[in-house]
Design a protein around this ligand. Structure first.
Ligand SMILES: C[S@@+](CC[C@H](N)C(=O)[O-])C[C@H]1O[C@@H](n2cnc3c(N)ncnc32)[C@H](O)[C@@H]1O
Length: 242
C-alpha cells in the first residue's frame, strides 16, 4: 500500500487530475455546491481538487496508509469543512446520498462487484461513474504462473471486459469512453517491490529455491513489467435507476 500511495501521489503531481477525462465527466454532472462520493479515494487525487472547486466530498477509504496521506492533504489545504472522510470499504454501512458517486480503479478490489454497483446506484441522484482498466494490469503473471502453478487458473483482476457484461445483466446500459493512460516518468513497478505480493500469491515464500527462481524470472521480465504494451482505461458512466 505504501508503494501504491507513493505512485498515486506521483501521478497527481505529474498530471493535474483536473485535466483528466474522469474529472471532466464528474464535474459535468455537478452544479454549484454539488455533492460527490469518492469511493476508494486513496490519497485524494480527485477529492482534493473537487473540494477546492467548492464541491462537498465524502471520501470513503478503508486503508490506513492511504487515509494518512488523504487527511494530511485535507489539513494542509484547509478543506476540513468540505471533505468528510469515512473509514470503510464500499458498500458503506450508512445512508449516504450524493449527486455523483465515482470509483476510480477500485471495483477490481471488491469481493462482490454487483453489490458494489447496486450500492452506488442507491446513493446517487444524478450519475454513477467507474474507471477501470481495459488491459489486464497483471498480464505478465500468466508466464510466471506457468512455471509454478501450471495446472491452476491464473489470478486476474476484474477489467472492463468483465464489468460491462455484468452491467448489462443488471439492466444498466452505460456510456463508455476508452482512453490511453499517460505514462508516469520513471519506473512505476520495480520487480523487487512485487516479490512479496507474488510469492504470497504463488505460496512459495518458504521455498528458497523457488524464491530465487522467481527473482530471476522477474529480472528477465523487467522491461515488460515496467512498460506494459498498452494501458487503456474505460470511463463507464450511467444515470442511476431509482
Ligand atoms: C488504485 S487505488 C485508487 C485510488 C484513487 N481512487 C485514485 O484513483 O487515485 C485503490 C484504492 O481503493 C481502496 N479500496 C480497495 N478496496 C476497496 C473497497 N472495497 N471499497 C473502497 N475502497 C477500496 C484502496 O485502499 C485504495 O486506496
Amino acid at each position: 500500500m505504501k508503494t501504491m500511495a507513493d505512485n498515486l501521489n506521483k501521478s497527481a503531481s505529474e498530471t493535474d487530475p483536473r485535466t483528466t477525462p474522469l474529472y471532466g465527466e464528474i464535474i459535468t454532472h455537478l452544479e454549484t455546491d454539488g455533492t460527490v462520493i469518492d469511493i476508494g479515494a486513496g490519497v485524494g487525487r480527485f477529492a482534493i481538487p473537487l473540494a477546492k472547486e467548492g464541491f462537498n466530498v465524502t471520501a470513503v477509504e478503508p486503508n490506513e496508509e492511504m487515509r494518512k496521506h488523504l487527511l494530511g492533504s485535507i489539513e494542509q489545504n484547509g478543506l476540513t469543512s468540505r471533505i468528510n472522510v469515512i473509514q470503510s470499504s464500499w458498500p458503506v454501512d450508512k445512508d449516504l446520498q450524493a449527486d455523483v458517486t465515482f470509483a476510480s480503479f477500485v471495483i477490481q478490489f471488491s469481493h462482490d462487484p454487483e453489490k458494489f454497483i447496486h450500492s452506488m446506484e442507491k446513493c446517487t441522484n444524478k450519475r454513477c461513474i467507474v474507471s477501470i482498466h481495459v488491459d489486464q494490469p497483471l498480464g505478465f503473471l500468466k508466464d510466471i504462473w506457468q512455471v509454478f502453478r501450471s495446472s491452476e487458473p491464473v489470478p486476474a483482476m476484474l477489467t472492463f471486459s468483465d464489468l460491462y457484461p455484468m452491467l448489462l445483466n443488471m439492466g444498466i446500459i452505460a456510456n463508455v469512453a476508452i482512453i490511453e493512460e499517460k505514462r508516469m516518468s520513471g519506473p512505476v513497478m520495480e520487480p523487487a517491490k512485487i516479490i512479496p505480493l507474488l510469492s504470497d500469491l504463488l505460496s512459495i515464500r518458504d521455498k528458497p529455491a523457488d524464491m530465487q527462481r522467481l527473482k530471476e524470472i522477474l529480472e528477465g521480465m523487467r522491461s515488460r513489467i515496467q512498460e506494459p504494451p498498452s494501458m487503456r482505461t474505460a470511463i463507464v458512466s450511467w444515470q442511476p435507476r431509482r
